[in-house]
Design a protein around this ligand. Structure first.
Ligand SMILES: [Zn+2]
Length: 425
């Protein structure tokens, strides 16, 4: 089965294009007709009189979540966050990942970036790209962690070493692991420049990798055309990541006005992962007392610092850290509304964070040659030639961010195909 899009249109509907409202437009989409990108793209966007048929409705670009973890138990059964991946065969894990991806589509999310991918996510991305299954476009970053680093501590000590993810210690090993991920199909690399919260036994304050190792990872990644996303909670971790020239900051929990200047100068987007850290700090998800205490300490000063950083102009983008356990797939609109509250943003800035700015953060503000799961067209925009990924909603979320709620979704179109709801006719 290979889906082929048929030309379709919404004639006279209100469009917000990723940057600004365009008024009523004839939004039409059709197969791009190029081998490089078989998916549908927007083919017409001319101004037309508003149609009474679309009264009260509007269209925004499909959302892009720049930070997720698809692999985890999607079945709802009680299971340990750390143990489920160890007792579930990879063949079964991929189906759970697909279930999570489907839920993201229902929540208006048409592109996902998985930030600790291995063969499971690479396989899923290729199946999505081949049109075998309906899911958001999938970008997948392979993790390069030191032994005892953030990425290594999700597997408890004592577990059969064959079940551990690969780690890299020393400059040569770091380069080799980047190359192995590239060979396997990664579209980027993830590093940690501080410890984490959910990884068991490490602390946010732990240094992860030496400067020489991080420089080698970034150099090797960029040489292979891979973006580097850096997990960093602490000010020290943020400084280390910026100095190394990474392409995005993940969490950046202790980012305040002081560091904002450096983040802006570096032109680096930041995924603030608000809901998950709130949930861990509040204990509304299953966490250990240690994890909750560490999160409380980090979150205590976070919002004031983030608000100052946002006012200074830091490029915050949608990145939830959704893993189906602490934050569910489909909660992306909730994260966006929370970002608006914490950052004191206009509704339009909230929307940009989940669309055009998120696309730029993953390197897709311009067309690309493609890559697993991604197609080639511009994402996060509604423009002629851009991907036909969008959400038809009740209301106008660029005027009222409160409208940004899955209850207001009328239909979701991904790659030109209706994947949720039905188009109004
Ligand atoms: Zn994460």
């Amino acid at each position: 089965m290979h889906h082929r899009s048929t030309p379709s249109s919404l004639d006279g509907i209100d469009v917000w294009d990723g940057h600004e409202p365009l008024g009523a437009r004839r939004l039409a989409w059709a197969p791009s007709g190029t081998d490089a990108s078989p998916d549908a793209v927007v083919s017409d966007l001319q101004p037309v009189p508003p149609s009474p048929r679309y009264e009260g409705l509007s269209v925004i670009p499909g959302l892009i979540d720049t930070h997720v973890h698809l692999i985890g138990n999607a079945g709802g059964a009680a299971s340990g966050f750390l143990t489920w991946p160890l007792v579930t065969p990879p063949t079964e894990q991929v189906l759970h990942g697909l279930a999570h991806a489907s839920r993201a589509l229902l929540g208006g999310v048409t592109t996902l970036r998985d930030l600790s991918a291995d063969e499971v996510q690479f396989s899923l991305a290729r199946a999505v790209e081949a049109g075998l299954v309906e899911a958001p476009r999938l970008f997948a970053h392979g993790m390069v962690s030191m032994t005892g680093g953030h990425g290594d501590m999700f597997v408890p000590p004592g577990v059969d070493p064959r079940l551990r993810k690969p780690t890299a210690d020393g400059v040569d090993a770091c380069r080799a692991l980047v190359r192995a991920h590239a060979r396997a199909g990664a579209t980027g690399i993830k590093i940690a420049t501080s410890g984490g919260l959910l990884s068991d036994g490490d602390k946010p304050s732990w240094r992860n990798h030496t400067v020489a190792e991080i420089d080698a990872i970034v150099d090797e990644s960029h040489a292979l055309g891979l973006l580097v996303a850096a997990h960093a909670h602490t000010t020290e971790g943020i400084r280390i990541a910026l100095r190394a020239g990474v392409d995005s900051l993940e969490h950046a929990t202790q980012l305040g006005a002081g560091l904002a200047v450096d983040v802006i100068a570096a032109g680096v987007p930041v995924a603030p992962t608000l809901l998950i850290n709130d949930a861990i700090a509040d204990g509304t998800v299953p966490v250990t007392p240690d994890q909750q205490a560490a999160a409380r300490e980090l979150v205590a000063t976070r919002d004031a610092g983030f608000a100052a950083a946002a006012a200074a102009g830091v490029d915050f983008v949608l990145g939830t850290d959704a893993n189906g356990f602490h934050v569910r797939f489909g909660e992306q609109m909730d994260e966006l509304r929370r970002m608006g509250e914490v950052f004191g943003w206009s509704p339009e800035r909230v929307l940009e964070a989940g669309t055009s700015r998120a696309a730029a953060a993953i390197g897709r503000a311009a067309p690309s040659a493609g890559g697993a799961g991604s197609g080639g067209a511009v994402l996060g925009r509604i423009a002629v030639g851009a991907a036909a990924d969008f959400v038809v909603m009740h209301g106008r979320p660029w005027r009222d961010a409160g409208v940004l709620d899955t209850a207001n979704i009328v239909a979701v179109v991904a790659r030109g195909r209706v994947v949720a709801g039905t188009l109004p006719v």
